[in-house]
Write a protein that binds this ligand. Structure first.
Ligand code: BES
Ligand code: MN
Ligand code: MN
Length: 457
């Protein structure tokens, strides 16, 4: 078996691989901020150069946004093909003052690397590159054809990868799509994720008087945009945590008994939730357990709420406007467009008189459901078990990876969501981190997966 040599290589190059990851993490490739456009290009080159050095044919594709990297090994028709997806772009870093050390000066402490992108998603992408490197440097023939598609617009809702996938489905043809951009179940148990939530992201703008007004002179005479928005927001959900948008639950695919039992067996408790989040109690839609709500119930949440004066002391005004950003996380088989329309219609129908209310549909993502029983799923389970030394459990995920639905539709291949992060790795937050053990185990898993996938019928 080849794997001894492969795993030996990964073990003996751990420090070197971490040093290289540090260099990758130093690049501030924030996709949503245009002053970082040179940095996203550098991050793309970093990935492209590594893949070129490993002998892959590499394309850096510019479709008007941030560059997309497509790469493949020599394609032999007698081998299975794995397509690895990931993203090199990262989230903005603010609030900067809450970082213990600067986000793009990676720090390693107690076996944990801290930096923006460490877990989401550079560290996870890098596990696959290092797994491939092990084969190439050991001169061991790859058990599968390997393709990579690594994008730089995942965090910014970019279009490039959609266009590319729609136009290059044949080139990207594969037996499985491997995505490492989610989390383990917990520190000791790997998980194989079989569902991602989708997303409808909305903004409500309320416009009142032409300017902020003295709240004494004009209070009680005109509609207050802050109050009006509060009324709207208050009607988005009832006190049992159910969303009041008409039709919101119509297409929701209910959990089956096996899934409910599986979730219950995991033993997740509200104490764990409170410890992870710092919240004082669990809350959410009545009639469902915390894990059911987290993984399989749609949500409707204010993500931002602004109106009037928020500075020091008091300032007596009727604000001229108010705005709210609201995200709805969707589950199979809800459709983002349909939900966005239902939300817009509802908000406009409950808009108080005397203000102008507008609703903007920002972006959406389709939910994802992967069959739990397939040969590739077996390969993924086996690879995770060997790579992490523990049996994986089936999990779902509350986050979204927008392109995955399009992959399913255009490429028609099974998707394997093999996440190596932890829910507590602070992705999108200050002090994002990645446990080096999970980085190394992830690389082992990826290398083993190539063998396991090759074995499937
Ligand atoms: N890697 C995340 C998705 C994710 C989030 C996985 C939480 C596991 C746990 C991905 O990079 C992400 O942030 N997705 C966005 C998509 C959105 C911008 C359309 C998300 O879920 O908010
Ligand atoms: Mn990600
Ligand atoms: Mn992210």
């Amino acid at each position: 078996m080849a794997s001894e040599k492969i795993l030996g290589y990964l073990d003996s190059h751990r420090d070197e691989h971490v040093d290289q990851l540090v260099e990758f993490l130093k690049i501030p490739s924030i996709s949503s901020q245009s002053d970082h456009d040179q940095d996203t290009r550098r991050a793309a080159s970093f990935v492209a150069d590594e893949l070129k050095e490993l002998g892959l044919a590499v394309e850096v594709v510019d479709l008007g946004g941030h560059p997309l990297i497509y790469a493949e090994t020599e394609i032999r028709p007698d081998r299975k093909t794995l397509l690895f997806y990931g993203h090199y772009d990262v989230q903005p870093v603010d609030p900067l003052d809450l970082w213990d050390t600067p986000p793009f000066e990676p720090r390693i402490e107690n076996g944990i690397i801290y930096a923006r992108g460490a877990c989401d998603d550079k560290g996870q992408v890098y596990t696959h590159i290092k797994a491939l490197e092990a084969y190439v440097r050991q001169g061991i023939e790859l058990p599968v054809n390997v393709k990579f598609i690594i994008e730089g617009e995942e965090e910014a809702g970019g279009e490039s990868i959609y266009k590319y996938t729609e136009q290059n489905a044949e080139k990207m043809a594969c037996d499985a799509i491997i995505v490492s951009d989610t989390a383990l179940y917990n520190e000791t148990t790997p998980g194989i994720c079989y569902s991602l939530k989708g997303l409808a992201y909305m903004e409500i703008q309320v416009t009142g008087p032409a300017m902020d007004l003295h709240s004494g002179s004009y209070g009680g005479t005109v509609q207050n945009p802050g109050n009006a928005l509060a009324e709207i927001v208050a009607k988005l959900k009832d006190e049992d945590g159910r969303c009041l948008v008409p039709g919101f639950y119509d297409d929701v695919l209910e959990l089956d008994q096996e899934e409910r039992d599986g979730f219950a067996e995991l033993g997740y408790t509200d104490e764990i939730l409170c410890k992870e989040t710092g919240a004082s109690a669990a809350f959410g839609e009545k009639g469902f357990t915390t894990l059911e709500r987290m993984w399989a119930r749609p949500t409707c949440d204010v993500n931002g709420l602004l109106s009037g004066y928020g500075g020091e002391g008091a300032k007596t005004i009727i604000p001229a406007n108010a705005m709210a950003k609201v995200s709805m996380r969707l589950v199979p088989n809800q459709e983002p467009e349909k939900i966005a329309k239902a939300f817009t219609d509802y908000v406009l129908s409950i808009a108080p008189a005397g203000v102008k209310v507008e609703v903007i549909d920002h972006h959406g993502a389709n939910p994802v459901l992967v069959p739990r029983k397939s040969d590739m799923m077996k390969a993924g389970m086996s690879a995770l078990e060997q790579g992490f030394g523990a049996k994986p459990v089936f999990i779902r995920e509350g986050g979204s990876i927008p392109i995955v639905g399009t992959f399913q539709k255009c490429l028609k291949s099974p998707v394997l969501l093999l996440g190596y992060g932890l829910s507590t790795d602070n992705i999108h937050s200050p002090n994002e981190k990645f446990h080096l053990d999970n980085f190394w185990r992830g690389a082992r898993t990826s290398a083993i997966l190539m063998e396991e996938a090759a074995k499937q019928g």
